[in-house]
Design a protein around this ligand. Structure first.
Ligand code: NAP
Length: 310
């Protein structure tokens, strides 16, 4: 059994910030991440609303992956340890410590846990979506957009993600079709305005994507507007219809109606010694800067928790 004073699950903006603060407070901190560090922020092409991240004459605003890489190296620099593994369960041991069981490595015991696992993207669950994922259907514009330079791209959704990513994709092709089920965009006004005035993005409101068609790759989409179905040519479909929180490994705890973890303002969950920060937490404004701020607060609370346990 490995021991760490605090275990952080998830290495996105919240987890990396918490790791840095805890390591600087001289606690033994272990971060367990399923994939590569960086989280969803690392997929954002230009993180233009992160404070201080502004283009200047000699350099562009940094990408999400550059910023997250810096956060990762900063946390390591101060002494945080990182493991790549999948957390299977988190449970309270008889000794009062939390025990974390992993898919591959040995269990970890710890005084405090910070859950910073973010969200997983939602899927449309329509015909052709699963079959053509990786063959034109994608959930990541910066990962897959460059494969579709100059091609006809359909984006589904009307929130910040769909609009931000449609804007990015419109730099790769002149023909982005944004399909949204309602009559107006849900995105923040500034983000929505840019999409509305972008000559390379066509908006199709009150429209649903019914089916994605193609033999080995996407070739057409079946759309429905005002009860009428019609087929249109498309070579890629990017789906940005929101996300669901990712914490199925936790014991029962207080969540909101959408499953996001409810905490108090110190980021303490309903389970003593277990904190949550970032997109996995019930919070109406999911932004990278908010996740980082919550990570710092959760770290401070975990430090106080550990001091009180001694
Ligand atoms: P979101 O805000 O929940 O928006 C999801 C969009 O997808 C909505 O327009 C919704 O339609 C639509 N939708 C949901 N289910 C659908 C379905 N089955 N079929 C068709 N359309 C469907 O999700 P998000 O855009 O991923 O954003 C998530 C969070 O991250 C938000 O808090 C957002 O502010 C934040 N974010 C911020 C930035 C930024 O500031 N730059 C960038 C990305 C994300 P309705 O409108 O009809 O519900």
């Amino acid at each position: 059994m490995i021991y760490a004073d605090v275990v952080i699950i998830g290495a996105g903006a919240a987890g990396l910030t918490a790791a840095q603060y805890l390591a600087r407070a001289a606690l033994q901190v272990l971060v367990i991440e399923e994939r590569a560090p960086g989280g969803q922020a690392a997929l954002i092409e230009v993180l233009e609303n992160f404070p201080g991240n502004i283009a200047s004459n000699d350099r562009a605003a940094r990408s999400g992956s550059e910023l997250m890489d810096d956060m990762y190296r900063q946390a390591q620099h101060f002494g945080a340890q990182f493991l790549i593994d999948t957390v299977q369960t988190v449970q309270r041991g008889v000794d009062g410590l939390w025990q974390i069981l992993r898919a591959v490595g040995e269990p970890v015991s710890t005084q405090a846990v910070i859950v910073a696992t973010g969200t997983k993207h939602k899927t449309l669950n329509i015909a052709g979506e699963k079959e053509l994922t990786g063959r034109g259907v994608s959930y990541c514009a910066s990962c897959d957009g460059p494969f579709f330079k100059g091609k006809k791209i359909v984006v589904v959704g009307g929130g910040d993600s769909a609009c931000t990513e449609a804007q990015y994709l419109s730099g790769l092709t002149d023909t982005v079709l944004l399909v949204h089920r309602r009559g107006e965009l849900r995105a923040q006004k500034g983000i929505a305005e840019r999409v509305i005035h972008n000559p390379h993005i066509a908006l199709r409101f009150n429209t649903v994507l019914v089916e994605i068609r193609g033999e080995n790759r996407v070739s057409t989409v079946l759309l429905e507007t005002d009860g009428k179905q019609y087929e249109e040519h498309a070579e890629a479909v990017f789906v940005f219809i929101g996300a669901v929180p990712s914490h199925s490994f936790l014991p029962a705890l207080c969540c909101d109606e959408e499953g996001y973890i409810v905490t108090d303002q110190t980021m303490a969950s309903s389970l003593p010694g277990l904190f949550a920060a970032g997109d996995v937490r019930a919070n109406p404004f999911r932004q990278v800067i908010v996740a980082a701020g919550e990570g710092a607060v959760a770290a401070h609370s975990a430090v106080l928790w550990c001091q009180n346990q001694r």
